[in-house]
Design a protein around this ligand. Structure first.
Ligand code: GLN
Length: 536
């Protein structure tokens, strides 16, 4: 719609975890509802080239895009809110910036110049920001700067924003997100941290245009006026962002506060009528008024940190709403599961999901959990390592191959029913070397997967090194575990099912990455439906 791309920068102050990602995604949603094309980018200040090598305990789940980029979990929010795909260009880390600059230096591209943070690193940051605008033909590029203003590691990003504010003039808006804490002892909301955080931004040469204040309590008009006055922003540009019962309410709250309106005004764009967001509202309506209640066990090894399974959790919310069901996800630490406690751990569940993961820890507990779900006809969804555990369990307890395992867990096992993929055998580097991103898969007619998708050709995202060992396929199928999804090019088994079971599906790919509010993932929808029927 707009002729020239507009850039919106979102910075954060006072504390981390204020929800810049959700605010960015909500603003994007509101602009999208006004028929603008919008994309969101996350700049992460750490040195890792991407989060693929990070333990989920560090920053939560690693989100995978269609093009196989291992990215920050905020990209998952962007996709879930906007219902549009992101790519590698949407997530850049300091490591990636420096890697590019150092590679250029080694090639001799800098022609003998001293390579420095300013201008070379900042230029590379600016290039990555503007790239989305030039290549993607977007009306708006929202760039979320990770970290907190004042951190040493964010400095070059803030400097890049300062320079871009000059270059882009009226084509850019800076939004700064801060916290207004409530001090119970004196019963007051405190604005000083916000004032200090804006001052830190100003010292770096950046004047924010809009302030979003996170707060647990309503902000009185005089508090907003005070902040506006101290921080050099218009009173209308101080936006309150109160805690919501669900992140999916934030766009509606931001619309009430006029965040999209003030951004458009600042950019000199005609505001126009306020969009109704009807599909979004109807999702929330269903989500908040469930007719069914189901409990699904999520068996994994990172259960202490819910962010480690972010996309799975959100997929349950989307699929729950689609089924008018409240899905209560019970986190079960795989390491605590054994033959003797399954009965008590899983007595009241309506379904079970065994989670993705890497390495030996918790693996035997996951296998025991699968056995319980299989033997008790409990709807089961295994994702990636969860699917591999289902295969191992079936090999051991149905085929009688006692020593069956994945080569990842036991290199010497006599029945490697999960094998290292051929192309992985020579791989030594860890970063970005798995089978990553979207691959096609052909489904078997009549299978649960085919019924769920309503189509026989699908495409799903992957992140793994190991695969089902096709040497065992006939043996599995003869005993009742059927390969119902196959990669048409490589013959790799992508889905296994037990047709005699109520609903038992294991997938080598990650359906959770593709579930969005307006497009809940068909496998999750079908799985939740099976858990509701199981309950009856
Ligand atoms: N560790 C397994 C593999 O590499 C599964 C990976 C996953 O669950 N994402 O194949």
């Amino acid at each position: 719609m707009a002729t020239e791309t507009k850039y919106i920068f979102v910075t954060g102050g006072v504390a981390s975890s204020l929800g810049k990602g959700i605010i960015s995604a909500s603003l994007a949603k509101l602009l999208q509802a006004r028929n603008y094309s919008v994309t969101i980018q996350k700049l992460d200040p750490y040195i890792n080239v991407d989060p693929g090598t990070l333990n989920p305990f560090e920053h939560g789940e690693c989100f995978v895009t269609d093009d196989g980029a291992e990215t920050d979990l905020d990209l998952g929010h962007y996709e879930r809110f906007l219902n549009v795909r992101t790519s590698q260009a949407n997530n850049v880390t300091t490591g990636r910036i420096y890697k590019t600059v150092i590679e250029k230096e080694r090639r001799g591209d800098y022609l003998g110049k001293t390579v420095q943070i300013i201008p070379h690193i900042t230029d590379e940051i600016k290039r990555r920001i503007k790239l989305l605008g030039t290549n993607g033909n977007y009306d708006f590029v929202i760039t979320e700067i990770g970290g907190t203003v004042g951190d040493i590691e964010s400095l070059s990003y803030i400097e890049a924003v300062r320079q871009l504010k000059w270059e882009l003039k009226n084509r850019c808006v800076c939004i700064h997100l801060t916290l207004v804490p409530y001090l119970a002892a004196c019963g007051e909301l405190k604005t000083k941290p916000t004032q200090h955080s804006v001052k830190a931004l100003q010292e770096a040469g950046v004047q924010p245009d809009v302030l979003v204040l996170r707060t647990e309590h309503k902000l009185r008009p005089d508090i907003k006026a005070k902040v506006a006055n101290f921080c050099n922003v218009q009173p209308g540009a101080v936006i309150e962002s109160r805690d919501c019962s669900t992140i999916y309410e934030v766009p509606l709250e931001m619309q009430k506060e006029g965040l999209d309106k003030i951004v458009l005004e600042q950019l000199g764009i005609e505001v126009g009528p306020q969009p109704e967001l009807l599909p979004w509202r109807s999702f929330l309506e269903r989500y908040k008024n469930p007719k069914h209640h189901v409990k699904i066990a999520l068996v994994g090894k990172y259960v202490e940190l819910k962010d480690a399974y972010k996309s799975i959790n959100e997929s349950f919310i989307h699929a729950g709403a689609a089924n008018e069901a409240d899905v209560n996800v019970a986190y079960i630490n795989a390491e605590t599961v054994n033959k003797d406690n399954c009965e008590s751990l899983f007595a009241d569940i309506d379904g079970m999901l065994v989670a993705p993961g890497f390495g030996n820890r918790g693996i035997e507990g996951k296998i025991e959990a699968v056995r319980y779900a299989r033997e008790n006809n409990i709807p089961f969804l295994g994702i990636c390592l969860g699917m591999q555990c289902a295969v191992i369990e079936f090999a051991r307890n149905v085929l009688g191959l006692d020593d069956a395992n994945s080569l990842e867990m036991d290199e010497k096992c006599s029945h490697p029913v999960i094998n290292l993929m051929e192309e992985q055998k020579l791989v030594t580097e860890k970063g970005g070397t798995m089978r990553l991103g979207a691959y096609p898969c052909t489904l078997k007619d009549g299978s649960n997967a085919a019924k769920a998708y309503g189509s026989l050709e699908i495409e799903e995202r992957h992140r793994h090194r190991y695969e089902f060992n096709n040497l065992y396929k006939e043996q599995f199928e003869a005993a009742g575990m059927i390969a119902t999804g196959i990669n048409p090019q490589t013959n790799l088994v992508e889905i296994v099912e037990i047709p005699t079971h109520r609903w038992f599906v294991g997938v080598q790919f990650h359906p959770e990455y593709k579930s969005t509010v307006l497009n809940p993932h068909p496998l999750f929808v079908s799985f939740v439906k099976a858990t509701i029927e199981n309950k009856k």
